[in-house]
Design a binder for this molecule. Structure first.
Ligand SMILES: [Zn+2]
Ligand SMILES: [Zn+2]
Length: 330
């Protein structure tokens, strides 16, 4: 499907700034109609120009390279692939460019064009598929704690050690532990993208994808559940531990964390990706499309480092020469 402006027929897209569908050609707001392709055509056929879009395995929305319309693939956002919710992009492209510029402008040794308009403009807004896991967990802990009391009476010093049986049996609910379901997105980076503000979760509508790229989940929820479960277990055990205090020593004898009930949901989260190419290597940057958090490493320009060292060397030589000169005068 594509969304078309009712006024001029242009491609209507979601605007993070205005939080609605707008037409970038005539500025019409919230005045659009949906155009679906003939069902007899294949997925990769553009509904507008009939061109063949180079769709990859998990793409659910992308631009047609021939007519530049933002195409959303119905088959990949409906039925089993229908996301339950989405966090729509809060940050538009211009604002995101500004955030990257602000963050990296002091990086003196970055290559000259790292923050150039042409390079930054290549960044893409992507809706990344995530699985969210809700758990009702039972955390059971048992162990032995000691408390020690000492006092002096006459010429004797007494020490009393008391032993306590420490037991905790708690039900702890967890809500929306996220794990990204995209092979292309590095797990470590996506984990750093958190936290998202879940108060912004919105019921999914394909309109939000217009103007952006999107993927549907690359794997079922069960396949990556261990990532969420590990977080849950770490948190549950920290919560239990935080309720135990006041003992001199604490020896754990038993700890179990059991899942009593679980639920999974599928959602899309907004990420801006800027891939900077330098000396045949990719330097990807990721910006949380809701909070503006940036993850990425700036390449070092050897030329700039050299130039800087040469300047230092030059200054030092001049300095030495002038000292010699001064000494010569004496
Ligand atoms: Zn228009
Ligand atoms: Zn097209």
């Amino acid at each position: 499907m594509i969304f078309k402006c009712k006024n001029c027929g242009g491609n209507a897209v979601y605007s993070p700034e205005k939080k609605m569908i707008v037409c970038p050609f005539c500025d019409s707001e919230n005045s659009y109609s949906r155009k679906d392709k003939e069902t007899s055509y294949g997925l990769e056929v553009c509904p507008e120009c009939g061109g063949t879009i180079p769709v990859e395995q998990y793409d659910s929305a992308m631009k047609c390279p021939y007519c530049d319309n933002s195409v959303i693939f119905n088959e990949r956002v409906e039925g089993q692939y229908l996301p339950k919710f989405v966090i729509p992009f809060e940050l538009g492209k211009e604002k995101t460019k500004g955030l990257i510029r602000d963050k990296f402008k002091k990086y003196t040794f970055a290559p000259a064009d790292f923050l150039s308009e042409v390079r930054l403009d290549s960044m893409q807004g992507i809706y990344v598929p995530f699985w969210f896991y809700d758990y009702m967990t039972n955390a059971y802990y048992s162990g032995e704690g000691t408390k020690v009391r000492s006092w002096t009476s006459g010429s004797y010093r007494y020490t009393e050690t008391s032993y306590y049986s420490v037991v905790r049996d708690m039900n702890i609910p967890f809500e929306k532990l996220p794990a990204d379901a995209s092979i292309k997105m590095p797990d470590s980076v996506m984990d750093l993208m958190e936290p998202y503000d879940y108060s912004k979760l919105t019921e999914f509508k394909p309109e939000y994808l217009s103007g952006f790229n999107a993927e549907y989940y690359n794997m079922p929820a069960e396949e990556i559940e261990n990532r969420a479960k590990k977080k849950m277990e770490e948190d549950a055990s920290a919560i239990v531990r935080s309720t135990i205090s006041g003992y001199v020593t604490l020896t754990k004898s038993n700890q179990n964390i059991n899942v009593l009930d679980r639920k999974t949901d599928y959602g899309l989260m907004p990420v801006w990706r800027y891939v900077y190419q330098y000396k045949n290597q990719d330097y990807p940057f990721y910006v949380n499309g809701e909070t503006g958090k940036i993850i990425g490493t700036v390449p070092l320009s050897k030329g700039k480092v050299w130039a800087y060292s040469l300047t230092l060397w030059f200054l030092l030589t001049v300095l030495l020469a002038s000292i010699n000169g001064i000494l010569g005068l004496l």
